[in-house]
Design a protein. Structure first.
Length: 528
């Protein structure tokens, strides 16, 4: 494994000397070698510097998975300009908020999204340069400076850049998904990003013979630091697609000879719900890691696809903090602390909870600079998150007598009904196990009695029918009476971020809609 200076620029330079003609990434059908990436990064560094951006300033990136995204990531890193990756779905107020909050001087953006920048140009307080990848876009006279990425790239030198970038310097500001509130800009140093990648390498025992797969976007931690940077550390390569396809997934694995992949959200469930094929177990993949691992399908997934599953727990701020390895997997748990972190369960007064007692998951590092450095421009939020010298995750969990931790719920996702704390995760697990359900999300909605009522927003599998009474009959035998949803709403899709996590705050904002079914209104009774 690479053991040099821990900056993205240095590790690519090292690999380009060692394996210049070897592939680092395949984007669908387009290959990129270590040497090509190295030279492209130098070109981007030189043309970004020519626009006047210097170390410590910020530049946004709003691109799909592509060679241009990788080259931009590398070029900014080499001159110490702080990257601000932006979700390509963002527009309007949220896009304005991020560009202004992070004080972005420039943005590298796909031509298909330039109109979003134009629409908010009058509200942008710092943005001066718009560097466009692609053609066919409109420029607004006198407001912003537009540049063609290709023209700048063709004219720029690929000579090495001499800016001194240290491992402890800020590499990027990555805005959280905002599933429970306004997005925060998470400040990550190069050391922090390398810690994420090194932990993944050590836990999964990655080596040069591996080939990784990801369809997660490069504006997210997962694709960047548990796929691309992992490959650079161990000298393997990555197959990267722009979209995840459950129906084509295993054919892609076979064609590309992929040995490992990551998962998040409902990915495993979606794969399990594909029609069974005789060759399901005939594939080159031998390991996968991510979260969550539904306990109901764990053994069936491993047996059907012959893949060993490990579960992890972490966040943008932490990287990976807990690990449940395949060779000692404990069902329902997210594992024990990784070597670089201490993890505890604390009560509301920040006292440690004994085994079996639920509280908040809190974490602190054993090494300097491996955790996020703070929330950009939000000192109060930083201090609050770090109170009493522990990072407070906002997640509820518990620990057993063996030191294994269990994620219970996001603190704000726990439904409080008539004195009972109900885990939305646990209710979703039951609902998702119904043979006609494709996916669900459970939220709390205001109750006329006080506190909340349980509401389930459900996607039914294509080609089948499901009525609310049938679903609640299924639930009654599988959960406590007080956890059985009062409200059911059937939808075609759930709002999600690019990590495939449901944006529950949007569902809460919608609340009880006209098409929501209410069991009390129709007289459906729940047995105690």
């Amino acid at each position: 494994m690479y053991n040099g200076i821990e900056t993205f620029g240095k590790i690519v330079e090292y690999r380009a000397q060692d394996k210049a003609n070897d592939r680092i990434v395949r984007f669908d059908e387009q290959d990129l070698t270590y040497g090509q990436l190295h030279r492209s990064g130098n070109k981007v560094a030189n043309f970004i510097a020519s626009l006047g951006l210097t170390k410590g300033q910020t530049c946004a990136v709003m691109l799909p998975n592509s060679p241009e995204f990788l080259a931009t990531w590398l070029g900014l890193s080499r001159i110490g300009v702080i990257e601000v990756p932006i979700n390509t779905a963002f527009r309007g107020d949220l896009l304005t908020y991020i560009l202004n909050k992070a004080e972005c001087q420039a943005i590298v953006v796909s031509s298909q999204w330039v109109d979003r920048i134009n629409q908010i140009s009058g509200e942008l307080t710092h943005l001066r340069h718009v560097i466009v990848v692609g053609d066919d876009y409109v420029m607004i006279d006198g407001v912003l400076n537009y540049h063609s990425y290709i023209d700048l790239f063709d004219e720029a030198s690929d000579a090495p850049v001499t800016v001194n970038v240290e491992a402890q310097d800020t590499a990027l500001i990555l805005f959280t998904s905002g599933t429970t509130g306004p997005s925060k800009g998470v400040i990550l140093s190069h050391t922090a990003t390398f810690s994420v990648a090194k932990t993944a390498c050590e836990l999964m025992k990655y080596g040069p013979a591996d080939r990784l797969f990801t369809a997660f976007p490069l504006f997210h931690v997962n694709a960047r630091y548990t796929s691309i940077l992992v490959a650079l550390l161990v000298g393997c390569d990555v197959v990267m697609h722009s979209r995840f396809s459950a129906s084509r997934f295993w054919d892609i694995m076979r064609k590309e000879q992929v040995t490992a992949f990551n998962f998040m959200g409902s990915l495993l469930t979606m794969l399990m719900k594909q029609p069974e094929r005789p060759d399901d177990g005939d594939n080159p993949v031998n390991k996968a890691f991510g979260a969550p691992t539904p306990v109901e399908i764990y053994e069936d997934f491993e047996n059907r696809f012959q893949v060993k599953i490990s579960e992890v727990y972490g966040s943008t701020e932490l990287g990976t903090a807990l690990y449940n390895p395949a060779d000692s997997f404990k069902k329902g748990s997210c594992g024990f602390p990784v070597p670089v972190y201490e993890v505890e369960i604390h009560d509301e007064n920040d006292n440690p909870c004994p085994p079996g007692v639920a509280g908040e998951i809190v974490v602190r590092p054993k090494k300097p600079n491996i955790l996020f450095s703070g929330y950009y421009g939000m000192p109060e939020a930083t201090v609050e998150a770090w109170r009493n010298l522990w990072f407070h995750t906002g997640d509820t969990g518990k620990m057993d007598e063996d030191g294994y931790f269990y994620f219970l719920d996001r603190k704000k996702d726990v439904v409080r009904r008539r004195g009972e704390n109900i885990s939305s995760y646990e209710v979703e697990r039951v609902i998702n196990d119904h043979p006609n359900v494709f996916e669900s999300a459970v939220i709390g909605v205001p109750s006329e009695l006080s506190e909340e009522e349980v509401m389930a927003v459900v996607i039914v599998k294509e080609g089948v029918n499901l009525n609310p009474e049938e679903l609640l009959d299924f639930c009654q035998d599988r959960m406590a009476y007080f956890a059985v949803p009062r409200f059911i709403r059937f939808v075609q899709e759930l709002p999600k971020n690019t990590s495939q996590r449901v944006e529950k705050y949007k569902l809460r904002q919608e609340g009880i809609t006209e098409d929501t079914w209410d069991r009390e209104r129709v007289g459906y009774e729940v047995k105690r």
